[in-house]
Design a protein around this ligand. Structure first.
Ligand SMILES: CC(C)(COP(=O)(O)OP(=O)(O)OC[C@H]1O[C@@H](n2cnc3c(N)ncnc32)[C@H](O)[C@@H]1OP(=O)(O)O)[C@@H](O)C(=O)NCCC(=O)NCCS
Length: 171
Protein backbone atom coordinates (compact mmCIF):
# COMPACT_ATOMS: atom_id res chain seq x y z
CA UNK A 1 0.00 0.00 0.00
CA UNK A 2 1.38 3.39 -1.05
CA UNK A 3 1.10 5.35 2.21
CA UNK A 4 0.32 8.61 0.40
CA UNK A 5 -3.08 7.13 -0.55
CA UNK A 6 -4.05 6.85 3.14
CA UNK A 7 -5.74 9.87 4.73
CA UNK A 8 -7.95 10.79 7.68
CA UNK A 9 -10.96 13.08 7.45
CA UNK A 10 -14.29 13.60 9.25
CA UNK A 11 -17.18 11.35 8.20
CA UNK A 12 -19.88 12.64 5.83
CA UNK A 13 -23.38 11.29 5.25
CA UNK A 14 -22.24 10.45 1.73
CA UNK A 15 -19.97 7.76 3.29
CA UNK A 16 -23.07 5.68 4.19
CA UNK A 17 -22.62 3.00 1.50
CA UNK A 18 -18.88 2.61 2.09
CA UNK A 19 -19.39 2.59 5.87
CA UNK A 20 -22.18 0.00 5.63
CA UNK A 21 -20.02 -2.28 3.46
CA UNK A 22 -17.69 -3.04 6.40
CA UNK A 23 -19.85 -2.15 9.44
CA UNK A 24 -22.11 -5.10 8.56
CA UNK A 25 -19.15 -7.51 8.75
CA UNK A 26 -18.92 -9.41 12.06
CA UNK A 27 -15.23 -10.12 11.49
CA UNK A 28 -14.72 -6.35 11.86
CA UNK A 29 -17.20 -5.64 14.69
CA UNK A 30 -16.43 -8.64 16.90
CA UNK A 31 -13.93 -6.67 19.01
CA UNK A 32 -15.75 -3.32 18.80
CA UNK A 33 -18.09 -2.00 21.49
CA UNK A 34 -20.83 -1.23 18.97
CA UNK A 35 -23.10 -3.71 17.29
CA UNK A 36 -22.90 -4.92 13.72
CA UNK A 37 -24.94 -2.62 11.46
CA UNK A 38 -27.61 -4.51 9.55
CA UNK A 39 -29.21 -2.01 7.14
CA UNK A 40 -28.17 1.02 5.11
CA UNK A 41 -30.68 3.14 7.09
CA UNK A 42 -29.01 2.06 10.33
CA UNK A 43 -25.63 2.97 8.83
CA UNK A 44 -26.93 6.45 7.97
CA UNK A 45 -28.40 6.91 11.45
CA UNK A 46 -25.12 5.80 13.05
CA UNK A 47 -23.16 8.29 10.95
CA UNK A 48 -25.62 11.07 11.80
CA UNK A 49 -25.97 10.38 15.52
CA UNK A 50 -22.62 8.86 16.53
CA UNK A 51 -19.78 9.18 14.02
CA UNK A 52 -20.27 12.79 12.85
CA UNK A 53 -20.98 14.38 16.29
CA UNK A 54 -18.13 12.37 17.93
CA UNK A 55 -15.42 14.62 19.45
CA UNK A 56 -12.71 13.08 17.22
CA UNK A 57 -13.71 10.23 14.94
CA UNK A 58 -12.04 10.19 11.57
CA UNK A 59 -12.70 8.10 8.51
CA UNK A 60 -9.64 6.16 7.34
CA UNK A 61 -9.67 6.70 3.58
CA UNK A 62 -7.89 5.24 0.58
CA UNK A 63 -8.00 7.79 -2.24
CA UNK A 64 -10.66 9.62 -0.13
CA UNK A 65 -12.92 6.54 -0.03
CA UNK A 66 -13.96 5.55 3.51
CA UNK A 67 -12.63 2.08 4.52
CA UNK A 68 -12.47 2.33 8.32
CA UNK A 69 -12.13 4.67 11.27
CA UNK A 70 -9.95 5.82 14.10
CA UNK A 71 -11.53 7.51 17.08
CA UNK A 72 -10.01 9.27 20.04
CA UNK A 73 -12.38 10.31 22.81
CA UNK A 74 -11.17 12.47 25.69
CA UNK A 75 -12.71 11.85 29.10
CA UNK A 76 -14.60 14.75 30.65
CA UNK A 77 -13.95 17.11 33.58
CA UNK A 78 -10.77 16.60 35.56
CA UNK A 79 -10.00 13.41 33.56
CA UNK A 80 -9.89 15.23 30.22
CA UNK A 81 -6.11 14.71 30.04
CA UNK A 82 -6.88 11.09 29.14
CA UNK A 83 -8.50 9.76 25.96
CA UNK A 84 -9.65 6.38 24.72
CA UNK A 85 -8.50 5.11 21.32
CA UNK A 86 -10.43 2.82 18.95
CA UNK A 87 -10.08 1.80 15.29
CA UNK A 88 -11.09 -0.67 12.61
CA UNK A 89 -10.68 -1.20 8.91
CA UNK A 90 -12.57 -3.31 6.35
CA UNK A 91 -11.38 -6.95 6.36
CA UNK A 92 -10.26 -6.83 2.73
CA UNK A 93 -7.61 -4.26 3.78
CA UNK A 94 -6.21 -6.12 6.80
CA UNK A 95 -2.47 -6.76 6.96
CA UNK A 96 -1.39 -3.90 4.66
CA UNK A 97 -0.18 -1.57 7.41
CA UNK A 98 -3.13 0.80 6.97
CA UNK A 99 -4.26 1.14 10.59
CA UNK A 100 -0.66 1.55 11.73
CA UNK A 101 -0.25 4.52 9.37
CA UNK A 102 -3.69 5.92 10.30
CA UNK A 103 -3.04 5.68 14.04
CA UNK A 104 0.35 7.40 13.71
CA UNK A 105 -1.35 10.28 11.86
CA UNK A 106 -4.13 10.39 14.48
CA UNK A 107 -1.75 10.48 17.46
CA UNK A 108 0.14 13.49 16.08
CA UNK A 109 -3.08 15.35 15.23
CA UNK A 110 -4.95 14.87 18.51
CA UNK A 111 -2.06 16.11 20.62
CA UNK A 112 -2.03 19.24 18.42
CA UNK A 113 -5.81 19.69 18.48
CA UNK A 114 -6.34 18.97 22.22
CA UNK A 115 -3.42 20.68 23.98
CA UNK A 116 -4.66 19.52 27.40
CA UNK A 117 -4.40 15.85 26.34
CA UNK A 118 -1.55 13.91 28.03
CA UNK A 119 -2.41 10.25 27.73
CA UNK A 120 -4.02 8.02 25.10
CA UNK A 121 -5.12 4.59 26.18
CA UNK A 122 -6.32 1.50 24.37
CA UNK A 123 -7.93 -1.62 25.75
CA UNK A 124 -7.48 -4.73 23.62
CA UNK A 125 -8.90 -8.17 24.05
CA UNK A 126 -6.35 -10.84 24.84
CA UNK A 127 -6.91 -12.74 21.58
CA UNK A 128 -6.83 -9.67 19.32
CA UNK A 129 -3.16 -10.05 18.36
CA UNK A 130 -3.40 -7.87 15.23
CA UNK A 131 -4.60 -4.90 17.26
CA UNK A 132 -1.88 -5.40 19.89
CA UNK A 133 0.71 -5.46 17.12
CA UNK A 134 -0.66 -2.20 15.65
CA UNK A 135 -0.31 -0.45 19.03
CA UNK A 136 3.22 -1.77 19.49
CA UNK A 137 4.24 -0.67 15.97
CA UNK A 138 2.95 2.85 16.70
CA UNK A 139 4.88 3.01 19.99
CA UNK A 140 2.20 2.40 22.61
CA UNK A 141 3.44 0.74 25.80
CA UNK A 142 1.79 -2.37 27.14
CA UNK A 143 1.01 -1.55 30.77
CA UNK A 144 -0.80 -4.58 32.02
CA UNK A 145 -3.30 -7.36 31.79
CA UNK A 146 -6.79 -6.68 33.11
CA UNK A 147 -8.53 -9.88 34.13
CA UNK A 148 -12.25 -10.09 33.29
CA UNK A 149 -12.27 -6.36 32.58
CA UNK A 150 -14.41 -5.66 29.53
CA UNK A 151 -17.90 -6.77 28.57
CA UNK A 152 -18.43 -7.20 24.84
CA UNK A 153 -20.86 -9.18 22.68
CA UNK A 154 -22.30 -11.02 25.67
CA UNK A 155 -19.02 -12.01 27.32
CA UNK A 156 -16.74 -10.68 30.04
CA UNK A 157 -13.25 -10.45 28.51
CA UNK A 158 -9.62 -10.36 29.61
CA UNK A 159 -7.94 -7.24 28.17
CA UNK A 160 -4.50 -5.70 27.78
CA UNK A 161 -4.12 -1.99 28.48
CA UNK A 162 -1.75 0.14 26.37
CA UNK A 163 -0.86 3.82 26.62
CA UNK A 164 0.89 6.54 24.65
CA UNK A 165 1.85 9.83 26.33
CA UNK A 166 2.19 13.23 24.69
CA UNK A 167 5.93 13.03 25.53
CA UNK A 168 6.34 9.64 23.80
CA UNK A 169 7.70 9.39 20.27
CA UNK A 170 5.66 7.59 17.61
CA UNK A 171 7.85 4.93 15.93
C1 LIG B 1 -6.80 -5.11 14.24
C2 LIG B 1 -6.86 -4.26 12.96
C3 LIG B 1 -7.28 -2.86 13.33
C4 LIG B 1 -5.45 -4.25 12.34
O1 LIG B 1 -5.47 -3.39 11.20
P1 LIG B 1 -4.44 -3.59 10.00
O2 LIG B 1 -4.53 -2.43 9.09
O3 LIG B 1 -4.62 -4.97 9.44
O4 LIG B 1 -3.07 -3.54 10.81
P2 LIG B 1 -1.59 -3.47 10.24
O5 LIG B 1 -1.53 -4.14 8.89
O6 LIG B 1 -1.14 -2.07 10.34
O7 LIG B 1 -0.79 -4.34 11.30
C5 LIG B 1 -1.28 -5.61 11.74
C6 LIG B 1 -0.15 -6.38 12.37
O8 LIG B 1 -0.69 -7.45 13.16
C7 LIG B 1 -0.15 -8.67 12.74
N1 LIG B 1 -1.17 -9.68 12.96
C8 LIG B 1 -2.39 -9.76 12.41
N2 LIG B 1 -3.03 -10.84 12.90
C9 LIG B 1 -2.19 -11.44 13.78
C10 LIG B 1 -2.28 -12.59 14.60
N3 LIG B 1 -3.37 -13.35 14.64
N4 LIG B 1 -1.22 -12.90 15.40
C11 LIG B 1 -0.11 -12.13 15.40
N5 LIG B 1 0.03 -11.01 14.62
C12 LIG B 1 -1.01 -10.69 13.83
C13 LIG B 1 0.20 -8.45 11.28
O9 LIG B 1 1.15 -9.41 10.83
C14 LIG B 1 0.77 -7.03 11.36
O10 LIG B 1 2.06 -7.03 11.95
P3 LIG B 1 3.42 -6.89 11.05
O11 LIG B 1 3.29 -5.59 10.30
O12 LIG B 1 4.50 -6.90 12.06
O13 LIG B 1 3.41 -8.08 10.14
C15 LIG B 1 -7.85 -4.88 11.93
O14 LIG B 1 -7.58 -6.25 11.83
C16 LIG B 1 -9.31 -4.68 12.30
O15 LIG B 1 -9.94 -3.73 11.87
N6 LIG B 1 -9.85 -5.60 13.11
C17 LIG B 1 -11.25 -5.54 13.55
C18 LIG B 1 -11.51 -4.36 14.49
C19 LIG B 1 -10.59 -4.38 15.70
O16 LIG B 1 -10.19 -5.43 16.19
N7 LIG B 1 -10.26 -3.16 16.20
C20 LIG B 1 -9.42 -3.00 17.35
C21 LIG B 1 -10.21 -3.14 18.62
S1 LIG B 1 -9.11 -3.00 20.03
Amino acid sequence: MDQTRISLRPFNLSDADDFFSWAKDERVTQYLRWHTITTREEALKYLKEVAIPHPWRRSICIDDRSIGYVSIKPESGSDRHRAHVGYAVAAEYWGQGIVTVALKLAVVRVFEEFPYLVRLEALVEEENKGSQRVLEKVGFQKEGFLRKYGFNKGQIRDMFIYSFLSTDKAM
